[in-house]
Structure formats: structure tokens, C-alpha cells
Design a protein around this ligand. Structure first.
Ligand SMILES: [Zn+2]
Length: 284
């Protein structure tokens, strides 16, 4: 009798113990917890199985990689993504599906007047039209940049300049006479000739010169993550070259659509531009 009681008690305690561990082990965590339009979202799966079959955001599959030893996915939330609650699910390797929700909140967008520099025709309707047409062309040419199906990086992403001072933030609306343009990167203050560094390991996919983007370097970090460095004075890398985090990729300038020296830095996740400042914060 005593033995049987002991066994019963042991089984109950063990089951409770197992239940407790499982509940704590299998969960979905988000960074940032407060998510706004135009921001990147990191989804991490905390699971005792240590691997997952799939992660979905709003029903759409997300590519999976290991970060800090956890199955992880990155999602770029478009600036005009519908606000509201989205479901996130993960299918664990044992077939169980866990889920959670995250709300995409409305970004408060500021609008500020903007001009076209004299070198691009000044503030005339004509130069506005050529700006719109050529920007569309440039953006289209960036839609099909190759991206590796694995991550090239293993540690945090770091700022592209030694000294960071933000001139123009991501996402605000630039009001020209007849059009509004969303600023899809961050402008860092940088005098001409300041060293520009790769934000992480990756392969240089584009070294080019464009009417609006100016001298441009684009680095592929894998799984759809591309970093853009615009308005450079000079590029110091070649297409196809592997770069490590902190390597000099060029020097800042004011080439293209820029009326003063600065570095425009953009991050895209599978074609979606996200706030680079928030992106860097994900890995801190
Ligand atoms: Zn800019």
C-alpha cells in the first residue's frame, strides 16, 4: 500500500513536471514587441525539439535560420501593410503546431517639404517627372538581385559608420510640388570621404552608378536581407566579392539625388524596405 501510494505520487509529480517544462519550452517570441508599419519583425521559436518544420506570418511561410541557437525568421512589414492583428504559427518537428498573435500598429508619418537639387534639374515639373520615371527604373532593377538561400552572417548587424548621427529618419514623406515620396532608408550625417563599412558578412551583388541613387553598393547577407549604401564618392569593392562585417566598402559622398554629403543606408527583407535603425536594434 505504501509502495503504491509512493508510485502514484511519483507519477503525478512527474507528469506535472513534464507539463511545466513543455509549456515553458514551446513558445513564440517577437522582437520588437511593439511593432509598427515599416519595421522588421524577428520571430523566434523556443522549443525543446530545437527545430521546426515551418514558421508562418499571417499564413505566409517565412524562411527559417538559426540565430542564437533558436529557429528564427525575419519578416519585413511594408510601410503600407494593413494594420491589425496577424497570426504567427510554427509547426514543430514532432508535428505539433504552436501559435501566437502580433499587432501591426500604425506608423505616425511626418511630412516635410523637399526639393530637387539643381544638378537634377531643380524644382520644375519636368525634373519631377524625370525623377519619378528614373526612380521607378532604378527600383525595378533592384527587384531581382540575387540572394543566397542561407545566411552569411553569424553575429549582430552593426552600423555602417563609426560615428552615427541621423539626419533624416526612415519612412517620412517628402513633399515635392505634386508628389509625395516615402523615404525608405535612413540618412546618416557623413562628410565627403567618410569610411563606409559593411553592416555584416555578405556578398557584394551590385556596384553601380545611378542617376538618383548615385554611386551604390548593395550587399546580400542571405535569406533576402540586402543592405544598400547610396550616394557614395567611391566604391572599394567588386561585384561577387565576399565582405566581412566592418570591411570598408567605399567612401561617402553626395552623388545622385543628394544636396549635401551624407550616407543613405537601406535594408530590404525579400524586397520590403524596413527601418534600418530598428533592424540593427533586433540583434543587440
Ligand atoms: Zn536618404
Amino acid at each position: 500500500m505504501i509502495n503504491r501510494l509512493y508510485i502514484t505520487a511519483f507519477v503525478v509529480v512527474s507528469l506535472l513536471g513534464a507539463g511545466f517544462v513543455q509549456a515553458e519550452a514551446d513558445s513564440i517570441s517577437f522582437s520588437p514587441k511593439d511593432l509598427y508599419q515599416g519595421e522588421p519583425l524577428m520571430i523566434q521559436i523556443n522549443t525543446s525539439t530545437n527545430s521546426v518544420r515551418s514558421i508562418k506570418f499571417g499564413g505566409v511561410p517565412v524562411r527559417i535560420f538559426k540565430y542564437k541557437n533558436k529557429p528564427t525568421g525575419l519578416v519585413g512589414i511594408e510601410l503600407n501593410k494593413a494594420t491589425g492583428v496577424y497570426s504567427v504559427t510554427a509547426e514543430l518537428s514532432d508535428g505539433r503546431v504552436i501559435s501566437s498573435n502580433i499587432e501591426v500598429k500604425q506608423k505616425k508619418v511626418k511630412t516635410a517639404p523637399y526639393t530637387i537639387p539643381k544638378k537634377l534639374g531643380g524644382d520644375t515639373i519636368q525634373s519631377q517627372q524625370s525623377l519619378i520615371a528614373t526612380l521607378a527604373d532604378e527600383n525595378n532593377s533592384f527587384k531581382h538581385i540575387k540572394t543566397s538561400n542561407k545566411t552569411f552572417w553569424f553575429s549582430d548587424f552593426t552600423p555602417p559608420l563609426k560615428k552615427i548621427k541621423i539626419n533624416d529618419e526612415f519612412g517620412y514623406h517628402r513633399q515635392l510640388a505634386n508628389i509625395i515620396m516615402a523615404h525608405k532608408g535612413v540618412d546618416y550625417s557623413a562628410s565627403t570621404g567618410t569610411k563606409v563599412m559593411s553592416t555584416n558578412d555578405g556578398i557584394v551583388r551590385v556596384v553601380g552608378e545611378y542617376r538618383n541613387y548615385g554611386k551604390t553598393v548593395i550587399v546580400d547577407h542571405g535569406l533576402g536581407v540586402l543592405s544598400f549604401y547610396l550616394h557614395l564618392l567611391e566604391a572599394r569593392v567588386k561585384e561577387g566579392q565576399f565582405v566581412f562585417k566592418g570591411d570598408t566598402i567605399g567612401y561617402s559622398g553626395e552623388s545622385g539625388y543628394a544636396d549635401a554629403p551624407h550616407l543613405h543606408f537601406s535594408i530590404r527583407i525579400y524586397g520590403v524596405s524596413v527601418d534600418p535603425v530598428k533592424f540593427l536594434e533586433l540583434f543587440k
